[in-house]
Structures are given as C-alpha cells and as structure tokens.
Design a protein around this ligand. Structure first.
Ligand SMILES: Nc1ncnc2c1ncn2[C@@H]1O[C@H](COP(=O)(O)OP(=O)(O)OP(=O)(O)O)[C@@H](O)[C@H]1O
Ligand SMILES: Nc1ccn([C@H]2C[C@H](O)[C@@H](COP(=O)(O)O)O2)c(=O)n1
Length: 219
C-alpha cells in the first residue's frame, strides 16, 4: 500500500540567495525559454497542474499592462507589434509585483530573460538566480506553423512580426541560453514532438519538485 509523504526539499543554498527581494523567503525560480511558438505556455500550464508552480508569463504580464491603460501601455504595444523587447525595468517591475503578491515559493518565469539586459537586470534587482533554465528547442518552420494557427487574436501572430520575433530570438535570446548553458543550468527539451510527449520529458525534469512522493511498502 502506498504512503504519501512530503518530498524532500530540493532548493539548495546555491540556487537561492537568502537576501533576495522577497526578504528571507526562499523561492525556486525556473526560467522557461524557447523560440516564439515553441510551446512554453502550453507546457507551463501542465507543470502548474502537476507540480504546483505558479506560472508568470512576461508576455502575458505585458499584455495585461497594455489592457490596464497604464502610461507605458502604448510603448509596450508598439514594441510587441514590432517584435521588439520591452525595456527590462518595465518587465522586471511587473514580475516583481506578481512574485511579491503570490504566496507560492515556486515560480515558472516564462519568456524571460529575453536578452542579456533582462538577465543581468533581474539578477541585480531581485538577487534571485534560477534553479535551472528549461529550454524548448524547435525549428522555425514548426514554430511558424504553430503561431499562424494559434488564432488567439494576438497582434504579433502575423508573418511579418513572427519573422522579426525569430530574428530577435536568435540574436538576443539564444545568447542568454548559452550563458546559462556555460553554467550547466540548461535543461533542453525536444519541443517538436506532440504535446503529451513533450510533457513526458518535462515531467522527468520536474520529478524532484513533486509535492508528494509515494513510497510503496511491501506488506
Ligand atoms: N508540441 C506541440 N505540438 C503542436 N502544437 C503545439 C505544441 N505545443 C504547443 N502547440 C500549439 O502551438 C501554439 C503555440 O504554443 P504556445 O502558446 O504554448 O507557445 P509559446 O512558446 O508560449 O509562444 P509565445 O512565445 O509566442 O507566447 C499554440 O496554439 C499551442 O496549442
Ligand atoms: N521578457 C520579455 C517578454 C516578452 N516581451 C514582449 C516581446 C514579445 O515578442 C512579446 C510576446 O511575448 P511572449 O508572449 O511571446 O512570450 O512580449 C518582452 O518585451 N520582454
């Protein structure tokens, strides 16, 4: 018969700086990166459901900021339409606010850091380093097909902006992944496979973060 017990703590001192922007609350942060349409948001929803993380999508936070009528709204909207990266201070403030008001201690930060400026500014301001970086690797051909079929009314899901987003990904975001790879922090996933198969690979990576483990005892 199975006994359900709390999983052992998986956060190490090396991964979390005690005096981060959340005071002495220890948090686990996973950066979720990959090209536009690689399936980051789709898999983050699965991770939330199975592993109890809170999903913070930088793109969603920026789109909410546009909708809220904030003074930065027009600037953010123009940059998103052009496939450009919004200045770090704006995005980091939104991420910080979201993390502070959430009681969870496990966050998936999706679509961030998108460039070197994002990365350095986040670490300087928050004093938080990611536990690891989940990288969804997919061909541009497949990502383009997915984005053109997404049909969520996004202003940047048109072929002209998609091509610009791909260019920004290669020029600005891949170097961030290389930065973390050099620190042995990147867990690369083949994101070209069907959604359930991708999640099987994701699950293997997140297994140590399960809220409960089931121990089977021989009777
Ligand atoms: N493995 C997959 N196979 C086929 N379609 C997928 C797969 N993963 C996601 N999709 C679909 O592709 C589209 C883009 O997925 P999703 O929004 O998760 O990507 P994303 O990486 O978060 O994109 P963006 O960076 O543009 O926000 C969605 O319509 C989603 O249903
Ligand atoms: N760190 C970020 C994340 C996103 N943006 C802007 C630019 C992106 O093209 C757009 C959509 O993001 P997505 O939902 O695809 O992750 O949002 C940014 O400027 N900085």
């Amino acid at each position: 018969m199975g006994t359900v017990v709390d999983a052992p703590a998986v956060v190490t001192e090396k991964e979390v700086v005690a005096e981060n922007m959340l005071g002495d609350k220890k948090v686990t942060v996973v950066f979720v990166l990959g090209g536009p349409g690689s399936g980051k948001g789709t898999q983050c929803s699965n991770i939330v459901e199975h592993f109890g993380f809170t999903h913070l999508s930088a793109g969603d936070l920026l789109r909410a900021e546009i909708k809220s009528g904030s003074e930065n709204g027009t600037m953010i909207e123009n940059m998103i339409k052009e496939g450009k990266i919004v200045p770090s201070e704006v995005t980091i403030k939104l991420l910080q606010q979201a993390m502070i008001k959430n009681e969870n201690d496990k966050f998936l930060i999706d679509g961030f850091p998108r460039n070197e400026e994002n990365r350095a500014a986040f670490e300087n301001v928050t004093k938080i380093s990611p536990a690891f970086v989940l990288f969804f690797n997919c061909s541009e051909e497949e990502m383009e097909r997915r984005l053109l079929g997404r049909n969520e009314g996004r202003v940047d899901d048109n072929i002209e902006t998609i091509r610009k987003r791909f260019k920004v990904f290669v020029e600005s975001s891949l170097p961030v992944i290389e930065y973390y790879d050099a620190k042995d922090k990147v867990k690369k996933i083949d994101a070209a496979k069907p959604i359930p198969e991708v999640f099987e690979d994701v699950k293997a990576i997140f297994a140590p973060y399960a809220k409960y483990v089931i121990i089977y005892q021989a009777t």
